[in-house]
Design a protein around this ligand. Structure first.
Ligand SMILES: CC(=O)SCCNC(=O)CCNC(=O)[C@H](O)C(C)(C)COP(=O)(O)OP(=O)(O)OC[C@H]1O[C@@H](n2cnc3c(N)ncnc32)[C@H](O)[C@@H]1OP(=O)(O)O
Ligand SMILES: CC(=O)C(=O)O
Length: 527
Protein backbone atom coordinates (compact mmCIF):
# COMPACT_ATOMS: atom_id res chain seq x y z
CA UNK A 1 0.00 0.00 0.00
CA UNK A 2 1.25 3.49 -0.87
CA UNK A 3 1.62 6.45 1.52
CA UNK A 4 -1.47 7.99 -0.08
CA UNK A 5 -3.87 9.44 2.55
CA UNK A 6 -7.52 8.39 2.44
CA UNK A 7 -9.11 10.88 4.85
CA UNK A 8 -12.74 10.52 5.89
CA UNK A 9 -14.72 13.54 7.10
CA UNK A 10 -18.16 11.87 7.45
CA UNK A 11 -18.37 12.72 11.14
CA UNK A 12 -17.43 16.38 10.62
CA UNK A 13 -18.37 17.68 7.14
CA UNK A 14 -20.78 14.76 6.58
CA UNK A 15 -22.58 15.73 9.77
CA UNK A 16 -23.02 19.24 8.31
CA UNK A 17 -25.64 17.70 5.98
CA UNK A 18 -29.21 18.88 6.47
CA UNK A 19 -31.15 16.30 8.50
CA UNK A 20 -28.12 14.28 9.56
CA UNK A 21 -27.61 14.18 13.28
CA UNK A 22 -25.17 11.81 14.97
CA UNK A 23 -25.04 10.84 18.63
CA UNK A 24 -21.72 10.11 20.32
CA UNK A 25 -22.47 6.39 20.13
CA UNK A 26 -23.34 6.73 16.41
CA UNK A 27 -19.94 8.32 15.88
CA UNK A 28 -18.14 5.53 17.70
CA UNK A 29 -19.95 2.95 15.53
CA UNK A 30 -19.17 4.87 12.33
CA UNK A 31 -15.51 5.15 13.31
CA UNK A 32 -15.29 1.36 13.71
CA UNK A 33 -16.87 0.84 10.27
CA UNK A 34 -14.47 3.32 8.67
CA UNK A 35 -11.54 1.59 10.30
CA UNK A 36 -12.87 -1.70 8.96
CA UNK A 37 -12.89 -0.15 5.47
CA UNK A 38 -9.24 0.67 6.01
CA UNK A 39 -9.24 4.46 5.67
CA UNK A 40 -6.07 6.15 6.90
CA UNK A 41 -7.66 9.07 8.78
CA UNK A 42 -11.00 9.62 10.47
CA UNK A 43 -12.00 13.21 11.24
CA UNK A 44 -14.11 12.80 14.37
CA UNK A 45 -15.52 16.32 14.68
CA UNK A 46 -14.61 19.70 16.14
CA UNK A 47 -13.75 19.34 19.85
CA UNK A 48 -14.63 22.44 21.83
CA UNK A 49 -17.30 23.58 19.36
CA UNK A 50 -20.07 21.55 21.06
CA UNK A 51 -20.21 19.20 24.06
CA UNK A 52 -21.00 16.15 21.92
CA UNK A 53 -17.84 16.43 19.82
CA UNK A 54 -15.75 17.05 22.93
CA UNK A 55 -17.27 13.96 24.56
CA UNK A 56 -16.64 11.93 21.41
CA UNK A 57 -12.89 12.60 21.56
CA UNK A 58 -12.81 11.83 25.29
CA UNK A 59 -14.61 8.50 24.74
CA UNK A 60 -12.66 7.69 21.58
CA UNK A 61 -9.39 7.97 23.51
CA UNK A 62 -10.68 5.31 25.94
CA UNK A 63 -12.87 3.07 23.77
CA UNK A 64 -11.71 3.17 20.16
CA UNK A 65 -9.13 0.61 19.27
CA UNK A 66 -8.42 1.46 15.64
CA UNK A 67 -6.47 -1.01 13.54
CA UNK A 68 -5.81 1.06 10.42
CA UNK A 69 -6.99 4.61 10.99
CA UNK A 70 -5.64 7.61 12.88
CA UNK A 71 -8.17 9.91 14.51
CA UNK A 72 -8.04 13.58 13.48
CA UNK A 73 -9.57 16.53 15.33
CA UNK A 74 -10.88 19.43 13.25
CA UNK A 75 -10.72 23.08 14.28
CA UNK A 76 -9.84 26.58 13.14
CA UNK A 77 -6.75 28.73 13.32
CA UNK A 78 -6.57 31.02 16.34
CA UNK A 79 -8.73 34.14 16.53
CA UNK A 80 -7.21 37.37 15.10
CA UNK A 81 -4.99 39.39 17.42
CA UNK A 82 -4.76 36.66 20.06
CA UNK A 83 -2.21 33.99 20.86
CA UNK A 84 -2.65 30.37 19.81
CA UNK A 85 -1.68 29.13 23.27
CA UNK A 86 -4.47 31.17 24.88
CA UNK A 87 -7.22 30.41 22.33
CA UNK A 88 -9.94 28.25 23.90
CA UNK A 89 -10.76 26.35 20.73
CA UNK A 90 -7.07 25.68 20.00
CA UNK A 91 -6.78 24.37 23.57
CA UNK A 92 -9.61 21.92 22.87
CA UNK A 93 -7.68 20.60 19.86
CA UNK A 94 -4.53 20.27 21.94
CA UNK A 95 -6.42 18.40 24.65
CA UNK A 96 -8.51 16.22 22.29
CA UNK A 97 -6.13 13.27 22.49
CA UNK A 98 -6.04 13.16 18.66
CA UNK A 99 -2.55 12.85 17.24
CA UNK A 100 -3.59 14.70 14.07
CA UNK A 101 -5.23 18.12 13.96
CA UNK A 102 -6.79 19.50 10.79
CA UNK A 103 -7.00 23.28 10.88
CA UNK A 104 -9.32 25.24 8.63
CA UNK A 105 -7.61 28.42 7.40
CA UNK A 106 -8.76 31.24 5.17
CA UNK A 107 -6.95 31.39 1.83
CA UNK A 108 -9.24 33.69 -0.15
CA UNK A 109 -8.35 37.36 0.42
CA UNK A 110 -12.01 38.42 0.23
CA UNK A 111 -12.91 36.01 3.06
CA UNK A 112 -10.06 37.30 5.22
CA UNK A 113 -11.22 40.86 4.83
CA UNK A 114 -15.02 40.38 4.85
CA UNK A 115 -15.67 37.27 6.98
CA UNK A 116 -12.68 37.26 9.31
CA UNK A 117 -12.49 41.07 9.33
CA UNK A 118 -8.73 41.17 9.68
CA UNK A 119 -5.70 41.93 7.52
CA UNK A 120 -4.08 39.56 5.04
CA UNK A 121 -0.87 39.64 7.14
CA UNK A 122 -2.71 38.80 10.36
CA UNK A 123 -4.38 35.80 8.68
CA UNK A 124 -0.92 34.50 7.66
CA UNK A 125 0.21 34.96 11.26
CA UNK A 126 -2.86 33.06 12.50
CA UNK A 127 -1.96 30.13 10.25
CA UNK A 128 1.74 30.21 11.18
CA UNK A 129 1.22 30.55 14.95
CA UNK A 130 -1.46 27.90 15.22
CA UNK A 131 0.43 25.31 13.18
CA UNK A 132 3.69 26.00 15.03
CA UNK A 133 1.98 25.87 18.42
CA UNK A 134 0.32 22.51 17.81
CA UNK A 135 3.52 21.09 16.29
CA UNK A 136 5.41 22.17 19.40
CA UNK A 137 2.76 20.38 21.46
CA UNK A 138 3.60 17.18 19.52
CA UNK A 139 0.63 16.98 17.18
CA UNK A 140 0.73 16.38 13.43
CA UNK A 141 -1.04 19.16 11.55
CA UNK A 142 -2.96 19.21 8.26
CA UNK A 143 -4.29 22.56 7.00
CA UNK A 144 -7.59 22.81 5.07
CA UNK A 145 -7.37 25.94 2.90
CA UNK A 146 -10.99 27.06 2.73
CA UNK A 147 -12.20 28.52 -0.63
CA UNK A 148 -8.74 27.85 -2.06
CA UNK A 149 -9.76 27.60 -5.72
CA UNK A 150 -11.86 30.78 -5.71
CA UNK A 151 -9.06 32.48 -3.80
CA UNK A 152 -6.49 31.33 -6.34
CA UNK A 153 -8.59 32.68 -9.23
CA UNK A 154 -9.08 36.06 -7.48
CA UNK A 155 -5.66 36.57 -5.88
CA UNK A 156 -3.22 33.82 -6.81
CA UNK A 157 -0.23 35.25 -4.95
CA UNK A 158 -2.08 35.43 -1.66
CA UNK A 159 -3.61 31.94 -1.95
CA UNK A 160 -0.12 30.52 -2.67
CA UNK A 161 1.31 32.50 0.24
CA UNK A 162 -1.14 30.78 2.60
CA UNK A 163 -0.05 27.35 1.28
CA UNK A 164 3.64 28.20 1.76
CA UNK A 165 3.07 29.66 5.21
CA UNK A 166 1.24 26.52 6.37
CA UNK A 167 3.88 24.18 4.95
CA UNK A 168 6.81 26.19 6.33
CA UNK A 169 5.21 26.29 9.77
CA UNK A 170 5.12 22.48 9.80
CA UNK A 171 1.83 21.43 8.21
CA UNK A 172 2.32 17.95 6.80
CA UNK A 173 -0.42 18.34 4.21
CA UNK A 174 -2.05 21.44 2.77
CA UNK A 175 -5.54 20.55 1.60
CA UNK A 176 -7.00 22.63 -1.21
CA UNK A 177 -10.72 22.98 -0.58
CA UNK A 178 -13.44 23.69 -3.14
CA UNK A 179 -15.60 24.95 -0.30
CA UNK A 180 -18.43 26.30 -2.47
CA UNK A 181 -18.21 23.28 -4.78
CA UNK A 182 -18.33 25.43 -7.91
CA UNK A 183 -15.23 24.17 -9.73
CA UNK A 184 -14.99 21.92 -12.77
CA UNK A 185 -12.36 19.19 -13.24
CA UNK A 186 -10.23 21.06 -15.80
CA UNK A 187 -9.89 24.02 -13.40
CA UNK A 188 -9.01 21.81 -10.43
CA UNK A 189 -6.45 19.82 -12.44
CA UNK A 190 -4.72 22.92 -13.74
CA UNK A 191 -4.67 24.76 -10.40
CA UNK A 192 -3.42 21.75 -8.40
CA UNK A 193 -0.66 21.20 -10.97
CA UNK A 194 0.43 24.84 -10.52
CA UNK A 195 0.33 24.68 -6.70
CA UNK A 196 2.55 21.59 -6.78
CA UNK A 197 5.39 24.05 -7.53
CA UNK A 198 5.23 25.24 -3.87
CA UNK A 199 6.70 21.85 -2.89
CA UNK A 200 3.97 21.36 -0.27
CA UNK A 201 2.26 17.98 0.03
CA UNK A 202 -1.25 18.67 -1.31
CA UNK A 203 -4.67 17.27 -0.55
CA UNK A 204 -8.12 17.77 -2.04
CA UNK A 205 -11.47 18.44 -0.35
CA UNK A 206 -14.26 18.81 -2.93
CA UNK A 207 -17.93 19.66 -2.55
CA UNK A 208 -20.51 18.47 -5.06
CA UNK A 209 -22.37 21.63 -6.04
CA UNK A 210 -21.59 21.15 -9.75
CA UNK A 211 -22.03 17.38 -9.49
CA UNK A 212 -18.26 17.12 -9.99
CA UNK A 213 -16.90 16.40 -6.50
CA UNK A 214 -15.54 12.96 -7.37
CA UNK A 215 -14.33 14.09 -10.80
CA UNK A 216 -12.63 17.10 -9.20
CA UNK A 217 -10.97 14.82 -6.64
CA UNK A 218 -9.70 12.57 -9.44
CA UNK A 219 -8.37 15.60 -11.35
CA UNK A 220 -6.52 16.75 -8.23
CA UNK A 221 -4.95 13.34 -7.66
CA UNK A 222 -3.89 13.08 -11.30
CA UNK A 223 -2.28 16.52 -10.93
CA UNK A 224 -0.28 15.44 -7.87
CA UNK A 225 -2.45 15.53 -4.72
CA UNK A 226 -1.67 12.61 -2.42
CA UNK A 227 -4.31 13.18 0.25
CA UNK A 228 -7.99 12.71 -0.58
CA UNK A 229 -10.87 13.81 1.62
CA UNK A 230 -14.47 12.69 1.28
CA UNK A 231 -17.51 11.35 3.07
CA UNK A 232 -19.16 7.96 2.99
CA UNK A 233 -22.23 8.04 0.71
CA UNK A 234 -21.29 11.59 -0.32
CA UNK A 235 -22.80 13.16 2.81
CA UNK A 236 -21.94 16.78 3.54
CA UNK A 237 -22.94 20.41 3.65
CA UNK A 238 -25.50 21.39 0.92
CA UNK A 239 -25.13 18.90 -1.96
CA UNK A 240 -22.47 16.95 -0.11
CA UNK A 241 -18.81 16.09 -0.38
CA UNK A 242 -16.99 13.76 -2.74
CA UNK A 243 -18.24 10.23 -2.05
CA UNK A 244 -15.26 8.56 -0.43
CA UNK A 245 -16.12 5.05 -1.61
CA UNK A 246 -16.61 6.14 -5.23
CA UNK A 247 -13.36 8.11 -5.10
CA UNK A 248 -11.37 5.27 -3.56
CA UNK A 249 -12.86 2.67 -5.92
CA UNK A 250 -11.91 4.90 -8.86
CA UNK A 251 -8.36 5.23 -7.57
CA UNK A 252 -7.97 1.50 -7.00
CA UNK A 253 -9.92 0.06 -9.93
CA UNK A 254 -9.47 2.70 -12.61
CA UNK A 255 -6.13 4.30 -11.81
CA UNK A 256 -4.46 1.17 -10.45
CA UNK A 257 -3.46 2.81 -7.15
CA UNK A 258 -3.33 0.88 -3.93
CA UNK A 259 -4.86 3.19 -1.30
CA UNK A 260 -6.69 0.79 1.04
CA UNK A 261 -5.25 -2.28 2.76
CA UNK A 262 -5.51 -5.46 0.67
CA UNK A 263 -9.06 -6.88 0.42
CA UNK A 264 -10.84 -3.94 2.10
CA UNK A 265 -12.51 -2.52 -1.02
CA UNK A 266 -14.62 -5.68 -1.24
CA UNK A 267 -16.25 -4.59 2.06
CA UNK A 268 -17.31 -1.21 0.63
CA UNK A 269 -20.97 -2.02 -0.14
CA UNK A 270 -21.58 -3.62 3.26
CA UNK A 271 -19.93 -0.72 5.09
CA UNK A 272 -21.63 2.00 3.04
CA UNK A 273 -25.04 0.42 3.84
CA UNK A 274 -24.18 -0.15 7.49
CA UNK A 275 -23.30 3.53 7.87
CA UNK A 276 -26.59 4.43 6.13
CA UNK A 277 -28.41 2.53 8.85
CA UNK A 278 -26.65 4.64 11.49
CA UNK A 279 -27.24 7.97 9.77
CA UNK A 280 -30.85 6.92 9.07
CA UNK A 281 -30.46 8.11 5.47
CA UNK A 282 -31.64 5.31 3.14
CA UNK A 283 -28.80 4.45 0.74
CA UNK A 284 -29.26 5.80 -2.76
CA UNK A 285 -30.04 2.89 -5.12
CA UNK A 286 -28.13 4.67 -7.89
CA UNK A 287 -24.96 5.34 -5.92
CA UNK A 288 -21.93 4.37 -8.04
CA UNK A 289 -20.35 1.04 -7.05
CA UNK A 290 -22.39 0.43 -3.85
CA UNK A 291 -26.01 1.18 -4.86
CA UNK A 292 -28.46 -1.73 -5.15
CA UNK A 293 -29.08 -0.64 -8.76
CA UNK A 294 -25.39 -0.22 -9.61
CA UNK A 295 -25.29 -3.63 -11.26
CA UNK A 296 -29.04 -4.18 -11.89
CA UNK A 297 -29.98 -4.92 -15.50
CA UNK A 298 -33.46 -4.26 -16.85
CA UNK A 299 -33.17 -4.06 -20.64
CA UNK A 300 -33.67 -7.31 -22.52
CA UNK A 301 -30.78 -6.58 -24.89
CA UNK A 302 -28.40 -6.14 -21.99
CA UNK A 303 -29.46 -9.45 -20.46
CA UNK A 304 -28.97 -11.26 -23.74
CA UNK A 305 -25.34 -10.09 -23.89
CA UNK A 306 -24.83 -10.68 -20.15
CA UNK A 307 -25.89 -14.30 -20.69
CA UNK A 308 -22.72 -14.63 -22.77
CA UNK A 309 -20.44 -12.51 -20.57
CA UNK A 310 -21.53 -10.18 -17.70
CA UNK A 311 -18.62 -7.86 -18.46
CA UNK A 312 -20.27 -6.84 -21.73
CA UNK A 313 -22.64 -4.58 -19.77
CA UNK A 314 -20.71 -3.92 -16.55
CA UNK A 315 -17.73 -1.66 -15.99
CA UNK A 316 -16.30 -3.90 -13.23
CA UNK A 317 -16.98 -7.18 -11.52
CA UNK A 318 -19.44 -6.13 -8.73
CA UNK A 319 -17.71 -8.48 -6.28
CA UNK A 320 -14.68 -6.14 -6.28
CA UNK A 321 -16.73 -3.68 -4.21
CA UNK A 322 -18.84 -6.30 -2.47
CA UNK A 323 -21.91 -5.72 -4.64
CA UNK A 324 -23.98 -8.18 -6.75
CA UNK A 325 -25.35 -8.32 -10.25
CA UNK A 326 -29.17 -8.47 -10.41
CA UNK A 327 -31.57 -9.10 -13.26
CA UNK A 328 -34.83 -7.13 -13.21
CA UNK A 329 -37.96 -8.66 -14.72
CA UNK A 330 -40.25 -6.13 -16.38
CA UNK A 331 -41.97 -5.28 -19.66
CA UNK A 332 -38.48 -4.59 -21.02
CA UNK A 333 -37.42 -8.18 -20.45
CA UNK A 334 -36.63 -10.53 -23.28
CA UNK A 335 -36.27 -14.31 -23.11
CA UNK A 336 -32.66 -13.91 -21.98
CA UNK A 337 -33.75 -11.89 -18.92
CA UNK A 338 -36.30 -14.51 -17.93
CA UNK A 339 -33.80 -17.31 -18.48
CA UNK A 340 -31.13 -15.60 -16.31
CA UNK A 341 -33.64 -14.65 -13.62
CA UNK A 342 -34.93 -18.22 -13.64
CA UNK A 343 -31.38 -19.47 -13.15
CA UNK A 344 -30.89 -17.02 -10.25
CA UNK A 345 -34.03 -18.52 -8.66
CA UNK A 346 -32.94 -22.10 -9.28
CA UNK A 347 -34.90 -22.92 -12.47
CA UNK A 348 -33.12 -24.11 -15.58
CA UNK A 349 -35.12 -22.82 -18.52
CA UNK A 350 -32.34 -23.35 -21.07
CA UNK A 351 -33.49 -25.64 -23.82
CA UNK A 352 -37.18 -24.78 -23.29
CA UNK A 353 -37.74 -21.92 -25.75
CA UNK A 354 -41.53 -22.34 -25.80
CA UNK A 355 -41.91 -21.99 -22.06
CA UNK A 356 -39.50 -19.05 -22.08
CA UNK A 357 -41.47 -17.30 -24.82
CA UNK A 358 -44.78 -17.96 -23.00
CA UNK A 359 -43.44 -16.60 -19.72
CA UNK A 360 -41.97 -13.54 -21.42
CA UNK A 361 -45.32 -12.82 -23.10
CA UNK A 362 -47.17 -13.30 -19.81
CA UNK A 363 -44.85 -10.88 -18.02
CA UNK A 364 -45.26 -8.26 -20.75
CA UNK A 365 -49.03 -8.58 -20.83
CA UNK A 366 -49.36 -8.48 -17.01
CA UNK A 367 -47.05 -5.45 -16.85
CA UNK A 368 -49.31 -3.78 -19.38
CA UNK A 369 -52.23 -4.37 -16.99
CA UNK A 370 -50.23 -2.67 -14.22
CA UNK A 371 -48.20 -5.42 -12.51
CA UNK A 372 -44.57 -4.61 -11.77
CA UNK A 373 -42.32 -7.57 -11.23
CA UNK A 374 -39.04 -5.70 -10.77
CA UNK A 375 -40.43 -4.46 -7.46
CA UNK A 376 -42.14 -7.77 -6.63
CA UNK A 377 -39.64 -10.59 -7.06
CA UNK A 378 -41.77 -12.97 -4.98
CA UNK A 379 -44.80 -12.66 -7.28
CA UNK A 380 -42.54 -13.29 -10.26
CA UNK A 381 -41.13 -16.39 -8.62
CA UNK A 382 -44.66 -17.70 -8.05
CA UNK A 383 -45.54 -16.97 -11.69
CA UNK A 384 -42.46 -18.89 -12.75
CA UNK A 385 -43.37 -21.78 -10.46
CA UNK A 386 -46.88 -21.77 -11.90
CA UNK A 387 -45.46 -22.06 -15.44
CA UNK A 388 -43.22 -24.91 -14.31
CA UNK A 389 -46.20 -26.61 -12.62
CA UNK A 390 -44.57 -26.35 -9.17
CA UNK A 391 -46.60 -23.55 -7.54
CA UNK A 392 -47.92 -25.13 -4.32
CA UNK A 393 -51.63 -24.81 -3.57
CA UNK A 394 -51.98 -24.47 0.18
CA UNK A 395 -55.66 -23.45 0.01
CA UNK A 396 -58.39 -22.96 -2.53
CA UNK A 397 -60.31 -19.70 -2.13
CA UNK A 398 -64.06 -19.97 -2.55
CA UNK A 399 -64.99 -16.35 -1.76
CA UNK A 400 -64.23 -13.35 0.44
CA UNK A 401 -66.27 -10.37 1.59
CA UNK A 402 -65.46 -7.22 3.56
CA UNK A 403 -67.72 -4.87 5.50
CA UNK A 404 -66.70 -1.51 6.94
CA UNK A 405 -68.88 -0.14 9.72
CA UNK A 406 -68.85 3.19 11.49
CA UNK A 407 -70.33 2.87 14.98
CA UNK A 408 -72.14 5.76 16.64
CA UNK A 409 -69.88 7.74 18.96
CA UNK A 410 -66.67 6.27 17.50
CA UNK A 411 -64.34 8.01 15.08
CA UNK A 412 -62.81 4.70 13.90
CA UNK A 413 -64.58 2.56 11.31
CA UNK A 414 -64.31 -1.18 12.08
CA UNK A 415 -63.73 -3.65 9.24
CA UNK A 416 -64.91 -7.22 9.21
CA UNK A 417 -63.90 -9.78 6.58
CA UNK A 418 -65.32 -13.23 5.85
CA UNK A 419 -63.09 -15.65 3.97
CA UNK A 420 -64.35 -19.03 2.74
CA UNK A 421 -61.78 -21.53 1.51
CA UNK A 422 -60.88 -25.20 1.30
CA UNK A 423 -57.71 -26.49 2.93
CA UNK A 424 -56.63 -29.76 4.50
CA UNK A 425 -59.70 -31.46 3.03
CA UNK A 426 -62.12 -29.17 4.91
CA UNK A 427 -64.31 -26.21 3.99
CA UNK A 428 -63.52 -23.28 6.30
CA UNK A 429 -65.49 -20.05 6.76
CA UNK A 430 -63.74 -17.56 9.02
CA UNK A 431 -64.47 -14.01 10.13
CA UNK A 432 -61.61 -11.61 10.84
CA UNK A 433 -61.69 -8.08 12.21
CA UNK A 434 -59.21 -5.31 11.58
CA UNK A 435 -58.63 -1.59 11.61
CA UNK A 436 -59.07 -1.55 7.83
CA UNK A 437 -60.42 -3.90 5.14
CA UNK A 438 -56.99 -5.33 4.19
CA UNK A 439 -56.05 -5.86 7.82
CA UNK A 440 -59.38 -7.68 8.36
CA UNK A 441 -58.82 -9.91 5.29
CA UNK A 442 -55.28 -10.64 6.45
CA UNK A 443 -56.58 -11.71 9.88
CA UNK A 444 -59.34 -13.86 8.40
CA UNK A 445 -56.97 -15.67 6.00
CA UNK A 446 -54.43 -16.36 8.73
CA UNK A 447 -57.06 -17.60 11.17
CA UNK A 448 -58.45 -19.93 8.53
CA UNK A 449 -55.15 -21.64 7.78
CA UNK A 450 -53.10 -21.15 10.96
CA UNK A 451 -53.92 -24.56 12.42
CA UNK A 452 -52.85 -26.34 9.26
CA UNK A 453 -49.89 -24.06 8.58
CA UNK A 454 -48.58 -22.61 11.89
CA UNK A 455 -45.72 -20.84 10.07
CA UNK A 456 -48.14 -18.06 8.99
CA UNK A 457 -48.06 -16.75 12.56
CA UNK A 458 -44.47 -15.66 11.87
CA UNK A 459 -45.36 -13.56 8.82
CA UNK A 460 -45.82 -9.83 9.33
CA UNK A 461 -46.68 -7.11 6.84
CA UNK A 462 -43.97 -4.47 6.97
CA UNK A 463 -44.98 -2.25 4.07
CA UNK A 464 -48.12 -1.63 2.06
CA UNK A 465 -47.86 0.67 -0.96
CA UNK A 466 -50.73 1.71 -3.19
CA UNK A 467 -50.43 3.47 -6.53
CA UNK A 468 -53.19 4.68 -8.82
CA UNK A 469 -52.14 3.72 -12.34
CA UNK A 470 -54.42 5.48 -14.80
CA UNK A 471 -54.75 8.95 -13.39
CA UNK A 472 -57.77 10.79 -14.69
CA UNK A 473 -60.24 8.01 -13.94
CA UNK A 474 -60.61 9.20 -10.32
CA UNK A 475 -62.12 6.55 -8.04
CA UNK A 476 -62.60 4.29 -11.07
CA UNK A 477 -58.85 3.93 -11.66
CA UNK A 478 -56.69 0.80 -11.78
CA UNK A 479 -54.84 0.27 -8.51
CA UNK A 480 -51.51 -1.45 -7.90
CA UNK A 481 -50.72 -2.74 -4.43
CA UNK A 482 -47.26 -3.84 -3.30
CA UNK A 483 -46.98 -5.69 0.00
CA UNK A 484 -43.74 -6.40 1.78
CA UNK A 485 -43.82 -9.28 4.26
CA UNK A 486 -41.21 -10.61 6.64
CA UNK A 487 -40.79 -13.70 8.77
CA UNK A 488 -38.22 -11.88 10.90
CA UNK A 489 -35.35 -13.18 8.80
CA UNK A 490 -36.22 -12.81 5.11
CA UNK A 491 -38.56 -10.33 3.49
CA UNK A 492 -40.40 -10.55 0.17
CA UNK A 493 -42.55 -8.29 -1.98
CA UNK A 494 -45.72 -9.31 -3.80
CA UNK A 495 -48.00 -7.41 -6.15
CA UNK A 496 -51.70 -7.25 -6.94
CA UNK A 497 -53.54 -5.16 -9.55
CA UNK A 498 -57.19 -4.39 -10.16
CA UNK A 499 -59.89 -1.76 -10.45
CA UNK A 500 -60.79 -2.48 -6.81
CA UNK A 501 -58.13 -1.65 -4.22
CA UNK A 502 -59.30 -4.48 -1.94
CA UNK A 503 -59.18 -7.04 -4.75
CA UNK A 504 -55.63 -5.86 -5.65
CA UNK A 505 -54.60 -6.10 -1.98
CA UNK A 506 -56.13 -9.56 -1.66
CA UNK A 507 -54.08 -10.87 -4.63
CA UNK A 508 -50.89 -9.47 -3.11
CA UNK A 509 -51.86 -10.97 0.27
CA UNK A 510 -52.50 -14.45 -1.14
CA UNK A 511 -49.14 -14.34 -2.97
CA UNK A 512 -47.42 -13.14 0.20
CA UNK A 513 -48.72 -16.06 2.29
CA UNK A 514 -48.11 -18.62 -0.48
CA UNK A 515 -44.57 -17.37 -1.07
CA UNK A 516 -43.79 -17.42 2.66
CA UNK A 517 -45.04 -20.99 3.17
CA UNK A 518 -43.10 -22.13 0.09
CA UNK A 519 -39.98 -20.39 1.39
CA UNK A 520 -40.39 -22.31 4.65
CA UNK A 521 -40.64 -25.52 2.60
CA UNK A 522 -44.11 -26.25 4.06
CA UNK A 523 -45.82 -29.19 2.34
CA UNK A 524 -49.30 -28.34 1.03
CA UNK A 525 -52.16 -30.40 2.45
CA UNK A 526 -54.94 -31.65 0.22
CA UNK A 527 -57.32 -28.78 -0.51
C1 LIG B 1 -15.92 25.27 5.44
C2 LIG B 1 -16.32 24.57 6.63
O1 LIG B 1 -17.26 23.83 6.58
S1 LIG B 1 -15.42 24.82 8.02
C3 LIG B 1 -16.35 24.00 9.28
C4 LIG B 1 -17.48 24.79 9.76
N1 LIG B 1 -18.14 24.13 10.83
C5 LIG B 1 -18.83 24.75 11.74
O2 LIG B 1 -18.96 25.96 11.73
C6 LIG B 1 -19.49 23.91 12.79
C7 LIG B 1 -19.03 24.21 14.20
N2 LIG B 1 -19.08 25.63 14.52
C8 LIG B 1 -19.49 26.11 15.74
O3 LIG B 1 -19.91 25.37 16.62
C9 LIG B 1 -19.35 27.58 15.97
O4 LIG B 1 -19.44 28.30 14.74
C10 LIG B 1 -17.98 27.91 16.66
C11 LIG B 1 -18.00 27.28 18.07
C12 LIG B 1 -16.79 27.36 15.88
C13 LIG B 1 -17.79 29.42 16.78
O5 LIG B 1 -18.93 29.94 17.39
P1 LIG B 1 -18.99 31.52 17.78
O6 LIG B 1 -17.79 31.84 18.62
O7 LIG B 1 -20.33 31.76 18.37
O8 LIG B 1 -18.78 32.29 16.40
P2 LIG B 1 -19.68 32.30 15.10
O9 LIG B 1 -20.07 30.94 14.72
O10 LIG B 1 -20.81 33.28 15.25
O11 LIG B 1 -18.67 32.90 14.03
C14 LIG B 1 -17.49 32.24 13.67
C15 LIG B 1 -16.28 33.03 14.11
O12 LIG B 1 -15.11 32.31 13.69
C16 LIG B 1 -14.29 33.17 12.88
N3 LIG B 1 -13.59 32.35 11.91
C17 LIG B 1 -14.05 31.87 10.76
N4 LIG B 1 -13.09 31.17 10.14
C18 LIG B 1 -12.01 31.21 10.93
C19 LIG B 1 -10.70 30.69 10.82
N5 LIG B 1 -10.35 29.96 9.77
N6 LIG B 1 -9.84 30.92 11.82
C20 LIG B 1 -10.23 31.62 12.90
N7 LIG B 1 -11.44 32.15 13.06
C21 LIG B 1 -12.32 31.94 12.09
C22 LIG B 1 -15.28 34.13 12.26
O13 LIG B 1 -14.65 35.31 11.82
C23 LIG B 1 -16.21 34.42 13.43
O14 LIG B 1 -15.56 35.30 14.30
P3 LIG B 1 -16.37 36.36 15.24
O15 LIG B 1 -17.00 35.53 16.31
O16 LIG B 1 -15.30 37.24 15.73
O17 LIG B 1 -17.37 37.02 14.37
C1 LIG C 1 -12.86 22.76 5.26
C2 LIG C 1 -14.11 22.51 4.57
O1 LIG C 1 -14.93 21.75 5.01
C3 LIG C 1 -14.33 23.18 3.31
O2 LIG C 1 -13.59 24.08 2.96
O3 LIG C 1 -15.31 22.82 2.63
Amino acid sequence: MSDFHVYDTTMRDGAQQEGLNLSVQDKLHIARHLDDLGVGYIEGGWPGSNPKDTEFFALAAKELDLEHATLAAFGATRRPDASAADDGLVAALRESGASVVTLVAKSHDKHVELALRTTLEENLAMVRDTVQHLREEGQRVFVDCEHFFNGYLDNRDYALEVVRTAAEAGAEVVVLCDTNGGMLPHQVGEIVANVMATGARLGIHAHNDTGCAVANSMAAVLAGATHLQGCINGYGERTGNADLVTSVANLELKLGMSVLPEGRLAEATRISHAISEITNYPPSARQPYTGVSSFAHKAGLHASAIRVDPNLYQHIDPALVGNDMRLLVSEMAGRATIELKGKELGYDLTGDPERLARLTDRVKSMEQQGYTFEAADASFELLLAEEMGTRPQYFDIESWRVLAESLPGSLDAISEATVKLRAGGQRLAVIGEGNGPVNALDHALRQAIEQLYPDVARFHLIDFRVRILDQGHGTDAITRVLIETTDGKDSWVTVGVGPNIIEASWQALVDAVTYGLRLHAVTPQTV
